[in-house]
Design a protein around this ligand. Structure first.
Ligand code: HEC
Length: 200
């Protein structure tokens, strides 16, 4: 199956991602990851509920969309080609949950892997994803990071970037030309693009 979840898109569903996290982060077994002969610590029914809770979690509504700086930033986001990976729209298909069917969502990701260059690479390839490939991070809700963590914000897969600007400057590989366009923008243009990101 095609991977969708995790930094390297290595898990095909919220259920698999959750079972992987239960095993990897908490040492809890499920029917998906169980190397013992014992019954899993999290039952299938519990795992299903855990996944459904996350699948139905609401997304914060974008703010300040009529603010001129935000609107200008949105244009610049497109001008720099950010939207080629951080895609505005995805149409959901049909699932067993009617609430999630056929919805137009705005996650600002294509859910695909991209070679982001040597600067972001590590030496931990997963399945067919190389050490330089990362799944495009969804940007919806990103403006709330300061509310969740007022003292210090961390961006990118290893939290190395302390600001949105720094996160953009780390983009390389397939995103190099986007990064360079951002660098060539004027100070005002860069600030507008950041205010657009903060409105998401
Ligand atoms: C070729 C695809 C691609 C393009 C083009 C691209 N990005 Fe990204 N972006 C990514 C990937 C992949 C990541 C995750 C990288 C990582 O975590 O190491 C990312 C991460 C980010 C993050 C950090 C998100 C977080 O929560 O950690 C921000 C912010 C961001 N991109 C903004 C932008 C902006 C603004 C532009 C345009 C100037 C842009 N990106 C262009 C693929 C792209």
């Amino acid at each position: 199956m095609l991977g969708r979840f995790g930094f390297r898109a290595s898990q095909p569903s919220v259920r698999h991602q959750s079972a992987g996290a239960a095993a990897g982060e908490m040492g809890l077994t499920t029917s998906l990851f169980n190397s013992t002969n014992e019954a899993p610590e999290i039952s299938d029914e519990e795992l299903e509920k855990l996944a459904l809770y996350q699948m139905l979690a609401g997304v914060p509504i974008a703010r300040d969309q009529t603010d001129p700086s935000v609107q200008y930033g949105k244009q610049l986001f497109q001008l720099a080609g950010c939207h080629n990976c951080h895609r505005f729209n995805i149409q959901t298909s049909n699932t067993v949950y009617p609430e999630l069917n056929d919805q137009l969502i705005h996650p600002f990701t294509d859910l695909l892997l991209h070679d982001m260059g040597e600067g972001l690479a590590d030496s931990r390839p997963e399945f067919s994803a190389s050490g330089a490939e990362w799944r495009t991070t969804p940007l919806w809700g990103i403006g709330f990071l300061g509310t969740i963590s007022p003292v210090r914000q961390h961006y990118l897969h290893d939290g190395r970037a302390k600001s949105l600007e720094e996160a953009i400057l780390w983009h390389g590989g397939e995103a190099e030309s986007s990064r360079n366009k951002f660098v060539d923008f004027s100070k005002l243009e860069r600030a507008s693009l950041i205010s657009f990101l903060e409105s998401l």
